[in-house]
Design a protein around this ligand. Structure first.
Ligand SMILES: Cc1cc2nc3c(=O)[nH]c(=O)nc-3n(C[C@H](O)[C@H](O)[C@H](O)COP(=O)(O)OP(=O)(O)OC[C@H]3O[C@@H](n4cnc5c(N)ncnc54)[C@H](O)[C@@H]3O)c2cc1C
Length: 1072
């Protein structure tokens, strides 16, 4: 559906764009300098249909008259002749017939019965041939948004009402007939009238005629002209003049836009060798304007019509635009009774057309966009709907094992995953409160189906994704499988029935999906009612009907409201691609209201297990550490509170919410597997090299250089899937970036990484990239993600975060002074930042910069964040800062000046004034990572300590036998375990009740853990004696890390203050 929203816009863009010259070998065959064309005017006889001259010739030979007699006579009599009078509408047909016969008798010198010939002329029966080439050319022109006109010397038939019109008038914006305006060509006024009706200037117009005298006048008036001798010659000349190919038209296509051009030469040779199709002509290539985010082309070559679908050019998000999947599913279902176009070939070779593509047969048929099926009979409409329903049932009946599609998507929890995804999308684009949306979210959350079926689903099943037989009401092909996957089939059914619930006032011209049936008497139209439609579906599948479809219907509305809200947000921040974005976005609340109305009328009770998760705000921060499916009745406070509840179980039994695993062995087998693999790589390959990495970093020759082994280790981790483990499942519900671990699962793994400071980067899990990637996932536009998120996720670049300033106390971020000023279509940045960690790394290409876009308004709404490429002119790195004397090469902490740094306005994140909002989001899971790692670091220090004190003898016995040392070790164990539990609890709260409710726990660990680590490391240093502060053990480095995190992640005092405030509120609330 998203793709649908996108492509409607693309269609409009295509219509408006001006036509520019194309590369020589491009598919659009545009010539070098085509002039801008506003309209094309066609003559009829001799251009669109054969000239009446052919009829004259036929009768001349029949009457044994010299060739050209009729035409000479007409010419001779000129403007005063009966022919001219007829065409100017001055005489009736009967008068004409009499006078024309007399005129002819005079010229021919004998009387001949012209009746049969004139009868032929009078009606279109006499001229049944219509040149398809020209009609196609007219459609091609109209598809580009260029006007067409018919300017014809025409006559009224014997009724005096109808004119000779064998072609469809709707092909033209303007029709000018001489008999109606009483002016005939070549009179210049005929052209003037046409130009006025078209509202174009002569130089914007091309005129086609077969008669030189008409062309001459048109040329004198300033029109561009084409003399037509044959349809093939005419379309070829017209293509050159227009700058795009008009040789063939297919429904719903336009010429190929510049950015989607493909090499005609390569396509031709591919069609020759791969599909064994040959032709002397170049292929006709047109582009489908509707319905796809993957560019889709109509191809005509060697007499065959085909459709080519390819990935878009440019860098893409992984798993997006997966045309290989589409090819696979369409090919697979073909043999299982689902009508789809015949798949011809999949070509993964990018060197041919720039990106992989597949080719399928073009299916001739009808595509209906009007759900009311205007113009059809009662029975036809019923049959069209019946066939749609039957085809959906067929898709859902495909045996995924037999079709070898069992691995086509994740099995199970489809609705839950989708719910999380659209909730996140909505949260990320929220601009104002929509009460019905919040209520809908809570209602849905409590009713996520526990037992859903899993079948192949289309994902975007709608009438206009079906091709019907040219004459019969039968689906002959289901198209646009981009969103297909394995999932709950009822979601497809609900999506298909969406239209039954809408009012008629939705702007269907803006969004195809808002075409509604509501407000129409469907029975009268012959269209099945909602109940009839779903009954047919269940009957076909021999399924017991769902008692209540309202969960699924509500979900459809929830999803669309979320999409609409996203569009609105993009409009607000100036990134809307469609002029109707504002209107569309404003529909979000209307759509949510309808969804909520359905929910209110539903009687579905909440699920017992999700009921268990119900919590409220404030003091009653409900969470459960026991494995229990027992349903708990929500308290009064909980029942009225907003149910901001997440539902990730971290236990082995993932479906039981609320279980906090207290050891690795209690994690799911999948998480344990990741844990083991990460641990093995760290123990075998990273820790043994720790010293080597350290020595390399402190060697002045290697300043700001990357140890060569690091990239090798990264590749190794990546190849094992140990990559981007940090991104929690709720930030990545589709599993696009990483393995979707919960925060608790990651806490165990992250602790292992913390045991050696080089490790996090090996798994692409290091700060500040993790926080920055989360920002881009949550708040980045598609363009920003393409440019920055993908390389970051791939570990190809690194990034930094610039907030702290030397001149102001930055623990209070409202103090920051850096300026982000809007100028034209750019932002100009000025400011002084320091402690920009990671900025010294040669791979650091991006800075997420925080500054002020305004000095007015709410104190938390003046700041914004913007993406600044590190190679932008005006960025000056003054010096690297040191932490206790360490420069921490190659990472480093930079002191940087930003002087008149200019970036495009599209680099702004989320919108002006959203800096704090993003900062909150950024410090979500990223907040706990330092703490998780510090647990590992403390464990490592303790390990070094224990090893050392057992082997070192002082005063006649090993140090380990000294009571104080024993107590230090024991205390360290207690404190580490305490902190680990606190971290796990915080992670668990994030997983189950959300980051917002988990805020006090996050603040607590940020104080407790670095202090604990600092103390434990300090004890280890002390027990190691002087060795402890030397370069021979990593303790000194560890100490600086733990100590500086007490500042880097915000000073202790700031967190303590926050904890105090929350505690005070909790206590006060308890008194109420
Ligand atoms: C190793 C390291 C890496 C860093 N990385 C980054 C980075 O990548 N990007 C970035 O933008 N910044 C980074 N920082 C900066 C860090 O975020 C700031 O140092 C921190 O926010 C404190 O700001 P400040 O240094 O201006 O201290 P100030 O704001 O000047 O505060 C000084 C001290 O005042 C006390 N204080 C402050 N508020 C209160 C209070 N409410 N109650 C009582 N006492 C208080 C605290 O003891 C505090 O340490 C890093 C810092 C370090 C040490």
């Amino acid at each position: 559906m998203l793709s649908m929203l996108r492509t409607r816009t693309i269609g409009r863009h295509i219509c408006r764009r001006s036509f520019v010259a194309a590369a020589d070998n491009s598919t659009s065959s545009r010539n070098d300098k085509p002039l801008k064309t506003g309209a094309v005017i066609f003559d009829m006889g001799g251009v669109i249909v054969p000239s009446p001259g052919h009829l004259f010739t036929e009768y001349e030979s029949r009457f044994d008259l010299p060739h050209g007699t009729f035409l000479k006579m007409i010419k001779y009599n000129g403007q005063d002749g009966t022919w001219a009078k007829l065409e100017r509408g001055e005489i009736s047909w009967n008068e004409f017939c009499r006078s024309f016969s007399d005129e002819f008798a005079e010229v021919a010198g004998r009387k001949i019965d012209l009746h049969p010939m004139l009868q032929h002329l009078e009606t279109s029966d006499g001229n049944p041939v219509i040149y398809k080439e020209i009609v196609d050319a007219i459609k091609c022109i109209r598809a580009e948004g260029i006007q067409t006109a018919l300017l014809t010397n025409n006559w009224f038939d014997k009724t005096g009402k109808n004119t000779f019109m064998p072609v469809d008038r709707n092909l033209f914006n303007v029709v000018v007939e001489s008999c109606k305006i009483n002016i005939r060509k070549p009179d210049p006024r005929a052209f003037t009238v046409t130009l006025e009706k078209l509202e174009v200037r002569p130089e914007e117009v091309i005129f086609l005629d077969d008669l030189g005298m008409n062309l001459k006048v048109a040329k004198e008036l300033g029109l561009r002209t084409i003399k037509v001798t044959s349809p093939v010659q005419a379309t070829s000349d017209l293509s050159k003049e227009l700058g795009f190919d008009v040789r063939y038209y297919a429904d719903g296509t336009t010429s190929v836009p510049k950015n989607l051009e493909i090499s005609s030469k390569n396509l031709k040779s591919y069609l020759n060798w791969a599909l064994k199709i040959h032709s002397k002509e170049d292929p006709v290539v047109r582009c489908y304007a509707h319905g796809q985010s993957n560019p889709t082309y109509f191809i005509r070559y060697g007499g065959k019509n085909m459709v080519l679908r390819k990935k878009p050019p440019g860098k893409l998000l992984p798993s997006a635009h997966a045309i290989e999947r589409e090819y696979r599913v369409m090919k697979a279902v073909q043999a299982h009774g689902v009508p789809v176009p015949k798949m011809l070939d999949l070509c993964k070779d990018e060197s041919l057309l720039g990106t992989p593509f597949f080719v399928m047969e073009h299916v001739e048929g009808r595509l209906f966009k009007d759900l009311k099926l205007s113009g059809m009979s009662h029975d036809e409409r019923r049959a069209v709907y019946s066939s749609m329903c039957e085809t959906l049932a067929r898709i859902h009946s495909v045996d995924i094992n037999k079709a070898e599609l069992a691995d086509y998507g994740k099995q199970g929890s489809y609705m839950k995953r989708n719910f999380i995804h659209w909730t996140k999308q909505y949260e990320a684009s929220k601009t104002h409160e929509i009460a019905s949306m919040d209520k809908l979210r809570d209602w849905l959350q409590q009713r996520i189906p526990q037992h859903e079926k899993c079948t192949l689903i289309h994902g975007d099943y709608r009438l206009d994704n079906l091709i019907y037989h040219p004459t019969k009401p039968e689906v002959v092909a289901v198209i646009d499988w981009e969103l297909s996957t394995l999932g709950d089939p009822i979601s497809d059914l609900a999506n298909n029935c969406f239209c039954y619930y809408l009012d008629d006032h939705f702007p269907s011209e803006t969004l195809q999906m808002f075409v509604s049936l509501s407000g129409h008497d469907v029975a009268e139209l012959g269209i099945p009612s909602f109940n009839e439609y779903i009954s047919q579906y269940y009957k076909l599948l021999r399924m017991a009907p769902e008692a209540d479809l309202s969960f699924y219907m509500c979900f459809v509305f929830y999803r669309i409201a979320s999409i609409a809200q996203g569009i609105y947000k993009r409009f607000l921040i100036g990134q809307a691609s469609s002029p109707s974005a504002e209107a569309t976005g404003l529909l979000a609340s209307t759509v949510a209201d309808i969804g909520w109305k359905i929910a209110c009328n539903s009687e579905i009770p909440p699920n017992p297990t999700t009921g268990e998760m119900v919590n409220s705000q404030g003091s009653n921060r409900g969470y459960c550490t026991l494995s229990s499916t027992r349903r708990r009745t929500p308290s009064r406070v909980e029942a009225k509170g907003s149910l901001n509840v997440q539902n990730y179980s971290t236990s082995k039994e993932r479906d039981i919410p609320g279980c906090l695993p207290l050891s690795v062995s209690a994690l799911s087998p999948r998480a344990q597997d990741y844990y083991k693999k990460v641990k093995e790589l760290i123990c075998k390959e990273i820790i043994p090299r720790e010293k080597e990495f350290y020595d390399f970093a402190v060697n002045p020759d290697n300043k700001w250089k990357i140890h060569p082994v690091l990239e090798e280790l990264k590749e190794k981790a990546k190849s094992q899937g140990l990559w981007n483990l940090f991104l929690p499942v709720d930030s990545d519900p589709e599993g696009m970036w990483g393995p979707q671990l919960t925060n608790v699962e990651y806490a165990y793994i992250c602790e292992e990484m913390g045991r050696c400071p080089v490790s996090p980067e090996v798994f692409n899990c290091s700060a500040p990239d993790t926080g920055n990637m989360e920002v881009l996932v949550r708040y980045g536009t598609e363009e920003q993600k393409q440019r920055w998120l993908i390389p970051l996720m791939e570990g190809k670049i690194r990034s930094c975060f610039g907030m702290t300033e030397p001149d102001v106390a930055s623990s209070d971020a409202t103090n920051i002074q850096a300026e982000i000023k809007h100028e034209g279509n750019e932002y100009v940045i000025n400011g002084h930042k320091w402690w920009t960690s990671g900025a010294m790394d040669p791979r650091c290409k991006l800075c997420i910069f925080m500054g002020k876009t305004s000095s007015d308004g709410h104190i938390y709404k003046q700041q914004s964040m913007i993406l600044v490429p590190m190679d932008t002119p005006g960025i000056k790195i003054i010096r690297p800062l040191t932490v206790f004397g360490y420069d921490e090469s190659p990472h480093g902490h930079a002191d940087i000046l930003f002087e008149n740094v200019r970036v495009p306005e599209s680099n702004l994140l989320l919108g002006e004034g959203c800096g704090f909002e993003i900062a909150q989001g950024r410090l979500g899971p990223g907040r706990v990572h330092h703490c998780m790692r510090l647990i590992g670091l403390a464990e490592r220090a303790l390990q070094i300590m224990v090893d050392r004190v057992q082997n070192r003898v002082a005063f006649g016995k090993p140090l380990s036998e000294q009571g104080s040392i024993q107590q230090d070790i024991a205390r360290s164990r207690i404190e580490i375990d305490q902190c680990r539990l606190l971290v796990l609890k915080a992670a668990h709260m994030m997983d189950t009740v959300g980051n917002k409710v988990a805020a006090p726990d996050l603040a607590m660990i940020k104080v407790a853990v670095p202090n604990m680590a600092q103390t434990v490391i300090d004890r280890a240093i002390q027990s190691c004696g002087a060795l402890g502060v030397s370069q021979d053990v990593p303790l000194a480095l560890y100490f600086t890390m733990a100590r500086s995190i007490r500042l880097a992640d915000g000073p202790d005092e700031v967190h303590l203050k926050a904890i105090f405030k929350m505690e005070r509120r909790t206590q006060n609330m308890a008194k109420l």
